[in-house]
Design a protein around this ligand. Structure first.
Ligand code: PEP
Length: 245
């Protein structure tokens, strides 16, 4: 059985400052270890500063296009050149606010991998979809968009983050059992195409994770760590979550 290294990722969303870079980078130094991957996703302008403080960084999104006439967009190659190693793709806020479809998310995933960034593919259902028992359907379609475009092997150099939309920024966390059930579904779905890949794939949980609920969530067999929003902006909370992974 593969042993997967736990990962804790912090998504700052449109928050942060040079001051927060200093604060968080100093705090993270105390919990960095070879047994845990810690990655921070700041707004684009802070990528270099965080990376220079020896924090592993990623971008919160990436353009699906190559450099060119796309005002306001940021090219994956530039993000990589700034020192990022990861990028989120398909975060629910990108899907709902900016209308990113499964197909566009798959294009972003492909572009990120093309330049050597590791994509973290965010998937998850809305409250309505959960109530209509469509969770597995929705999550499967979001993953299939990538598999159909690139083949299942593309998931090898990636991470999946299961983030139920109803749990993001709401304080309403999925119970460890609810989260585990979807993580197990994702792993089994991928195992049906490639069991070794599924066993090695890091699958994170995201949605109102904090220092009080992280330990139980991370103790589930198919949960390999977390993608943390609000709590990643507070040094004490974020490092406590890292310690629980
Ligand atoms: C997120 O932004 O991915 C997230 C999970 O946010 P929060 O932890 O604040 O729910």
């Amino acid at each position: 059985m593969a042993t997967r290294k736990p990962m804790v990722a912090g998504n700052w969303k449109m928050n942060g400052s040079l001051e927060l870079v200093e604060q968080l980078a100093n705090a993270i130094k105390n919990v960095q270890s070879d047994e845990l991957d810690i990655v921070v996703f700041p707004p684009f302008p802070l990528i270099s500063s965080l990376q220079q403080q020896n924090v592993v960084v990623g971008s919160q999104t990436v353009s699906e296009n190559q450099a060119g006439a796309f005002t306001g967009e940021v090219d994956a190659q530039l993000i990589k050149d700034l020192g990022a190693t990861y990028t989120l793709v398909g975060h629910s806020e990108r899907r709902s606010i900016y209308g990113e479809s499964d197909a566009v998310v798959a294009d972003k995933f492909a572009r990120a991998q093309h330049v050597g960034l590791t994509p973290i593919l965010c998937v998850g259902e809305s409250e309505e979809q959960r109530e209509a028992n469509e969770t597995e359907l929705v999550v499967a379609a979001q993953i299939d968009a990538v598999i159909n475009k690139l083949g299942v092997a593309a998931l090898k150099n990636s991470v999946v983050a299961y983030e139920p939309v109803w749990a993001i920024g709401t304080g309403k966390t999925a119970s460890p059992e609810q989260a585990q059930a979807v993580h197990k579904f994702i792993r089994e779905k991928i195992a049906s195409a490639d069991s070794d890949l599924a066993e090695q794939l890091t699958i994170l949980y995201g949605g109102s994770v904090n220092e009080k609920n992280s330990e139980l969530l991370f103790a589930q067999p198919d949960i390999d760590g977390g993608l943390i929003g609000g709590a990643s902006l507070k040094a004490e909370s974020f490092t406590a979550i890292c310690e629980s992974a």
